[in-house]
Write a protein that binds this ligand. Structure first.
Ligand SMILES: Cc1cc2nc3c(=O)[nH]c(=O)nc-3n(C[C@H](O)[C@H](O)[C@H](O)COP(=O)(O)OP(=O)(O)OC[C@H]3O[C@@H](n4cnc5c(N)ncnc54)[C@H](O)[C@@H]3O)c2cc1C
Length: 391
């Protein structure tokens, strides 16, 4: 997204991606209302919505035996008051195609960054295998295991996470509910995302507890997951082996300093988010927009100064902190307690906050705003300097 915006503003950009394509395991397919609004501001919304996707207008939670609506996106003041569910690789291919229309944009696949070039304390480029690529600015947008962040020696604070998540797919069958929802009961927490012909499911487990689950065996885990999702055991046979379950080791961390001379980190590289609220993609996109807003005019007279790079952090630090604080709170106060709860206890009653959301529709606008827009939503302020070349 940052490559697209800077190329659109007339800056020469080279994006290095280590994989051959963007087609990889599930890592979030949610395009939030705020991102859809940005696509509108860029004139890309109509083309984007022509890609196959599902629209989620409301999120529900089943807590014990009670089904409650918890977030209603329909009142958000945007063109698309819903989450568009679309495979992340389709979204990234779409952005890459849109960016390729600008003459300054270049995307190189299978180009892994292996090191930084540093001269007199300033980052002046990257190494990619045997190649040395010099640039006025290096942006580390290389995700939660960022090599760029690591090599730059930027200081990271770990906020801790008491949970991990197992991700898997199950087919949807006639009679299944429509809604995308979270399901919570004594000892279990799960999420089911309606993806048309299949469910993308997340099953929350205690941090580092996968080895214990392995010891107990797949059959025992299938039974627990089936109970959490409310599916009979035959349907759980679709989870034929451990290979069908992908572990997300949840991390919540952030850099206290996102930049040094010649280098800036954004997205997960600057702040790995918990999957709670499914907001990681949204935050990464918002960072990119804020970075482009601050940086687009800075390359005319040489590299952007550290003071300008620090402004990007100042702009995005607050939304990152607020969101992570909320996620850490939910992890500790709700998920950890739910997981530690004795499965043999009495009926599981929704907590007061959830009951209030169920009772008062107006309150459901608050989580919708937090998830759908986030704190301090960005708008495109970087200009379109060169007209795109017709596709
Ligand atoms: C299982 C899972 C489920 C998730 N679910 C959701 C969800 O529902 N909603 C949501 O909003 N977020 C979700 N997330 C989080 C979301 O994926 C991230 O927050 C978001 O993708 C961050 O974007 P990013 O561009 O900063 O990093 P990434 O999306 O991680 O992109 C980094 C890119 O850099 C490339 N790269 C890495 N190292 C190098 C290198 N050395 N050289 C060149 N290229 C490199 C990678 O191949 C990758 O393409 C989920 C994450 C996981 C793992």
């Amino acid at each position: 997204m940052l490559g697209l915006l800077l190329a659109r503003a007339g800056v020469r950009v080279l994006v290095l991606e280590k994989h051959r394509d963007f087609l990889r395991d599930f890592r979030g397919d949610t395009i939030h209302p705020s991102t859809l609004e940005l696509l509108h501001e860029l004139g890309l919304l109509e083309a984007f919505l022509r890609l196959p996707h599902q629209q989620v207008r409301e999120i529900r939670a089943r807590i014990g035996a009670t089904l409650l609506p918890v977030a209603d996106f329909s009142h958000l003041p945007v063109r698309c008051p819903y989450i568009a569910m679309i495979p992340q690789w389709d979204f990234l291919d779409f952005l890459a195609r849109s960016a390729a229309r600008y003459p300054g944009f270049q995307l190189r696949m299978q180009a892994q960054v292996t090191g930084l070039i540093v001269e007199s304390g300033r980052v002046v480029g990257v190494e990619s295998g045997n190649e040395r690529i010099r640039s006025d600015l290096v942006v580390g947008a290389d995700g939660r295991h960022s090599l760029v962040r690591d090599r730059a020696g930027l200081p990271l604070v770990d906020l801790g996470a008491p949970i991990d998540v197992l991700w898997f797919r199950l087919s949807r069958q006639p009679g299944d509910p429509q809604a995308t929802m979270g399901r919570f009961d004594r000892g279990s927490a799960a999420v089911m995302l309606n993806r048309g012909d299949y469910w993308q499911c997340a099953f929350v487990i205690g941090k580092g507890s996968l080895a214990v689950l392995h010891e107990r065996g797949l059959e025992a885990l299938r039974a627990r997951i089936g109970g959490a999702l409310g599916f009979p055991s035959e349907r759980m046979r679709e989870l034929a082996s451990w290979e069908d379950l992908k572990l997300l080791t949840v991390q919540v961390n952030r850099l206290t300093q996102w930049a040094r001379e010649g280098l800036l980190c954004i997205g997960d590289a600057a702040h790995a988010m918990s999957p709670i609220g499914g907001v990681g993609i949204n935050l990464a996109i918002q960072d990119a927009v804020a970075a482009a807003n601050h940086l687009h005019g800075e390359f005319r007279s040489g590299p952007p100064s550290l003071a300008v790079l620090a402004r990007v952090q100042r702009r995005r630090d607050f939304p990152t902190r607020v969101t992570q604080r909320f996620q850490v709170l939910v992890q500790k106060r709700i998920l950890q307690r739910v997981l530690e709860d004795d499965e043999t206890g009495g009926p599981f009653r929704p907590p007061l906050a959830a009951r209030l959301l169920g009772r008062f529709p107006l309150l459901r606008r608050i989580p919708a705003r937090m998830i759908g827009m986030g704190a301090r939503p960005e708008h495109i302020e970087s200009p379109a300097a060169s007209p795109p070349i017709a596709a």
